[in-house]
Design a protein around this ligand. Structure first.
Ligand SMILES: Cc1cc2nc3c(=O)[nH]c(=O)nc-3n(C[C@H](O)[C@H](O)[C@H](O)COP(=O)(O)OP(=O)(O)OC[C@H]3O[C@@H](n4cnc5c(N)ncnc54)[C@H](O)[C@@H]3O)c2cc1C
Length: 309
């Protein structure tokens, strides 16, 4: 026992009865409702064997007649003072906070998901460092044989303009050939099982399995960081197989934080960022002052959206 802890025990032993501390339990001002309507999960299927399930929310209980947006307002009012409490003013406050990137109040709302997705999707997803993750252990357990296999129609052709993309559908013959290749890689699963039964460690045997294999995790993220994730992964530049997960997540959270979601759509998801070169070109009605072809293309795309063609 260290000297310090020994002294602590002695102090208690010396008999001074510690003052009784009682927790002050405060009743809510009115009835509370569960934002998930008392359900254990809200689940949506994604891809061929995947899913996104919302399993918990903070705040889970909210005053009747409100939404979980109220936790954002509550936190913001610590810094902005009480102000008025009318619902439409709460809405204005949430929208102001999001527009002006006053982000911390949005961190007061958290969502916990249970997700099943192919490993190649998980690899992109895990790059978002501001969430808490606990993944299925393929060292500890045999992995279930679930593999992602796109339909023939959803096999995409490599884009010639975007090295990271593929939008157009592939001709059927080649698409079928590719699906055949995926099937071949799935056959490795039987050998994986056999060899683990013969005693090869699961942690090593898994190295023979393809990244189309499904994994699962619990993923918890606050609303500020979730909006960041969604703005990147619901975007058309994100790979389609992760975009469908982002879309499902958004569908699940939208009814829980409708005010924030509306502001997110208007100010971020469907909004537009202009560089100073673009602002100058717009104001002076001339081409953008850069020789960079990619930047010129991006400005053209924005002009299109602004209806300036
Ligand atoms: C379309 C697309 C293509 C991509 N292509 C590639 C690719 O080719 N190769 C590749 O490696 N990645 C690629 N990525 C991943 C990308 O570079 C990011 O790693 C990923 O989107 C996570 O973004 P983030 O770091 O902003 O998110 P998070 O990790 O969730 O972080 C959120 C924010 O927190 C802050 N933050 C978090 N951690 C730190 C830190 N340690 N230091 C400082 N600030 C921090 C930053 O402001 C960050 O924006 C791609 C992503 C997309 C959407």
């Amino acid at each position: 026992m260290t000297k310090a802890s020994s002294n602590a025990v002695d102090n208690v032993a010396e008999g001074a009865t510690p003052p009784a501390v009682s927790v002050r339990e405060v009743d809510p001002e009115g009835p509370l409702i569960d934002v998930m309507n008392g359900k254990a999960r809200w689940e949506l299927p994604v891809l061929d064997h995947g899913f996104v399930a919302l399993v918990d929310v903070m705040p889970r209980l909210i005053p009747e007649g409100k939404t979980a947006d109220s936790a954002i307002v509550q936190a913001a009012r610590v810094s902005y003072g009480e102000g008025t409490k009318k619902v439409n003013e709460d809405r204005g406050l949430v929208r102001y906070l999001l527009r002006h990137r006053h982000t911390t109040p949005f961190e007061m709302v958290e969502f916990k998901f249970h997700v099943a997705m192919p490993i190649f999707v998980a690899r992109q997803w895990i790059r978002h460092r501001t969430a808490n993750v606990n993944e299925y252990s393929a060292r500890y357990s045999i992995v279930p044989d679930r593999f992602y296999r796109p339909s023939v129609e959803s096999v995409r052709k490599q884009s010639t303009t975007n090295r990271q993309g593929g939008e157009e559908s592939m001709e059927v013959g080649t698409a079928e050939e590719f699906i055949g290749l995926l099937e071949d890689s799935e056959k490795l699963y039987a050998r994986y099982l056999e060899l683990t039964e013969q005693g090869v460690a699961r942690e090593l045997a898994r190295a023979a399995l393809p990244v189309s294999l499904y994994t699962e995790w619990y993923w918890k993220c606050d609303l500020h960081n979730l909006f960041h994730f969604l703005s990147l992964r619901m975007d058309s530049h994100a790979q389609q197989e992760i975009r469908v997960y982002a879309d499902a997540i958004y569908e699940l959270i939208k009814p829980i934080v409708p005010v924030s979601a509306e502001a997110f759509e208007q100010y971020r998801l469907n909004g537009m960022f202009l560089t100073s070169l673009e602002v100058d070109a717009l104001r002076e009605g001339r081409p953008i002052a850069t020789d960079n072809k990619r930047e010129q293309g991006e400005w053209e795309a924005k002009r299109d959206r602004l209806g300036l063609k």
